[in-house]
Design a protein around this ligand. Structure first.
Ligand code: TYD
Length: 136
């Protein structure tokens, strides 16, 4: 059985003042991994479902910088669902979770901080293969 840690909801520090809000993601005390890549998803087609894959090693921090979407994380046995709509709340996604993102609002911006550079060989894109990998 593949060992993974548990997805965690993280409160992102913000400075709120009369000018607006400034969010900060900094330091090992906030994130258990070093950030080596940042990417973001926006202008999502209406009704689109993104993700539908797992990563063998990659760790990520995911949050809605704008708008809203739902993130489902599945460990091969049970699912956790997160409704992301607040830029001060992020989900830390450990390796080894099948993720699905859906219900994107038209203005949604999904920010992803990732532990490694893009590597297609780290993806598992077939759910049955994912189940076999989790049991291995
Ligand atoms: P994918 O991770 O499948 O997107 P999502 O999970 O949001 O549905 O990536 C979509 C495409 O973009 C795929 O062809 C791989 C490519 N891609 C990169 O080239 N670099 C990256 O950092 C990412 C995340 C994806």
């Amino acid at each position: 059985m593949i060992e993974t840690s548990t997805p965690t909801v993280i409160q992102l520090p913000h400075i709120f003042d009369s000018l607006g809000s400034l969010g900060i993601i900094q330091g090992a005390e906030l994130l258990p991994f070093q950030v080596n890549r940042v990417y973001f998803i926006h202008s999502v087609s209406e009704g689109a479902v993104r993700g539908s894959h797992a990563h063998k090693k990659l760790q990520q921090l995911i949050f809605a910088a704008s708008g809203s979407f739902d993130l489902i994380l599945n460990d091969g046995e049970k699912s956790l669902e997160f409704q992301l709509h607040d830029p001060t709340i992020a989900v830390q996604v450990p390796r080894g979770y099948w993720r699905t993102l859906h219900n994107f609002s038209a203005d949604a911006v999904c920010m992803v901080l990732a532990s490694t550079a893009y590597d297609e060989s780290d993806y598992i894109r077939d759910y049955d293969e994912f189940l076999r990998w989790r049991k291995s």
